[in-house]
Design a protein around this ligand. Structure first.
Ligand SMILES: Nc1nc2c(ncn2[C@@H]2O[C@H](COP(=O)(O)OP(=O)(O)OP(=O)(O)O)[C@@H](O)[C@H]2O)c(=O)[nH]1
Ligand SMILES: [Mg+2]
Length: 448
């Protein structure tokens, strides 16, 4: 069973040539930036980059994506530099991958395959490993190239010895491999189902609470900000996809509201759709949030393109309607304040912070608190001492503004979101203390 989600290739490559393609209409600068990110991904996968090359082309060559001459050039270069992988900054079709591999005789990996490798290496929990395994298998199904030969080896090891997985009559090796992958996909899905049911129960327990989720490009500083807001110490490091699992903690905001804050997996340009699909359960922290905090690394030269990439993934997740607070992180790394001007003019409400140094964190907390205050109606309540639970609920879901301990009652002024009214309604106080906007607010909030 262990192998079911142990998808790390037994002999990963160690020396790679990176290939970018500058297609007609694309800016060379963008191709270079993208290749730079591919380099970071490659290094994250513990593969050394021995050479980088960019080929300008009008359109992709259907057989090889790049030109035939370039393939020959790569073959010579690969031999000279002792490369054991060619990594393309594009999504190659299964046929293109096969054609290049057959000609060059070096493992050929595309951007999607590399991202999957990084995820496979970084997945720590059973759930993350199963999710990555599912994405890898879906990706492998139409390909079955060299990269996946370990899967066939795995087939014999999980298939119960030589008799466990025999080729059917007239079945080619390829068909057999495909059959094996399909069977494996359904096994992984089943195992994932079990893990996710447990997560679902956990989540149901939280359904009454205000959920806030950090989203953003990988390496933007989400985990660092999570730690700054919660006092936790989840892993934050200068690597792509340091976080694959989500972590949720309670955070108490300045006006006493409690929220549940989640840190989760980062996004990247051209995030493989197999991964988005496989990580659906983990990403529910995002899709079911009441509010998103979009963390941007404003010291990154590609900050704006990264915002767009994050928005694209949010669209794919159908999460664009969730209210979002934009946070400009790493302001300590800016060389000049005016570097921010363009972004600032585009995102007027964005909050500048340095998650690492703590600048702007208090303001962010206040901004979050104000958002949730707005959502509640103002109430005056008189709660008998025996009904302490109602007071707990106010502290938990609402904002307690004033308390006065009298002989028989605690008189409380608080704001409470409409969905929790029912739980405290019976303690609504006198007409005098409700003379502010409470009843009308109550009525309009209840009608939401
Ligand atoms: N200078 C500076 N560096 C920061 C700041 N916030 C985070 N970092 C650094 O940025 C790197 C990435 O931070 P993480 O918090 O791991 O980023 P993440 O968004 O969680 O990244 P993934 O989990 O990989 O998607 C780390 O090296 C942090 O120390 C900041 O405010 N200023
Ligand atoms: Mg992280």
């Amino acid at each position: 069973m262990q192998q079911l989600y142990d998808t790390r290739a037994p002999n990963p490559p160690s020396r790679a040539i990176l290939v970018g393609v500058n297609l007609r209409g694309a800016l060379m600068h963008d191709t270079e930036e993208s290749l730079q990110e591919l380099r970071q991904l490659t290094e994250t996968a513990n593969i050394e980059v021995v050479c980088e090359t960019i080929q300008p082309r009008n359109v992709p060559n259907p057989t090889y994506f790049i030109g035939e001459g370039k393939v020959e050039e790569l073959k010579a270069l690969g031999a000279e530099l002792q490369a054991d992988a060619i990594i393309f900054d594009e999504e190659l079709s299964p046929a293109q991958t096969r054609n290049i591999e057959n000609t060059i005789d070096i493992a050929t990996i595309d951007r999607t395959g590399l991202i999957l490798q990084v995820f496979a290496q970084r997945a720590l929990t059973k759930e993350a490993r199963l999710q990555v395994a599912l994405a890898q298998l879906e990706y492998a199904l139409p390909r079955l190239t060299r990269m996946w030969t370990h899967l066939s080896r795995l087939a014999t090891s999980t298939g119960g010895g030589s008799g466990g997985y025999l080729r059917g009559p007239g079945e080619t090796q390829l068909e057999m491999d495909r059959r094996w992958i399909r069977r494996h996909i359904s096994q992984v899905k089943k195992a994932l189902d079990t893990v996710e049911k447990r997560r679902h129960v956990q989540r149901q327990n939280r359904s009454e609470k205000i959920k806030v989720s950090l989203v953003g490009y990988t390496n933007a500083g989400k985990s660092t900000l999570f730690n700054a807001l919660t006092g936790e110490s989840v892993l934050a490091e200068d690597k792509l996809f340091a976080t694959l699992d989500s972590t949720t903690r309670r955070v108490s905001l300045p006006q006493n509201q409690l929220i549940l804050l989640s840190d989760t997996v980062g996004f990247i340009k051209k995030l493989p759709h197999q991964l988005v699909a496989a990580f659906k359960a983990t990403l529910e922290e995002v899709t079911e949030a009441d509010l998103l905090i979009h963390v941007v690394d404003v010291s990154h030269p590609e900050a704006e393109a990264q915002i767009a990439a994050v928005n694209e993934v949010l669209e794919e997740l159908d999460a664009t309607d969730i209210p979002t607070v934009m946070v400009f992180n790493k302001i300590d790394s800016l060389e000049a304040e005016d570097e921010l001007q363009v972004l600032r003019s585009r995102y007027l409400d964005a909050l500048p912070v340095s998650a690492q140094h703590g600048d702007g964190i208090e303001k962010l907390m206040e901004a979050l608190a104000n958002r949730f205050v707005e959502r509640g109606a103002l109430l005056s309540l008189s709660i008998p001492y025996a009904e302490g639970k109602a007071l707990d609920l106010l502290y938990k879901y609402g904002t307690v503004l004033e308390t006065e301990y009298a002989a028989e009652f605690v008189h409380v002024k608080a704001r409470m979101p409409s969905r929790y009214f029912k739980s405290v309604e019976q303690f609504l106080g006198t007409a005098e203390s409700n003379s502010e906007d409470s009843f009308s607010a109550h009525a309009s909030a209840a009608a939401e």
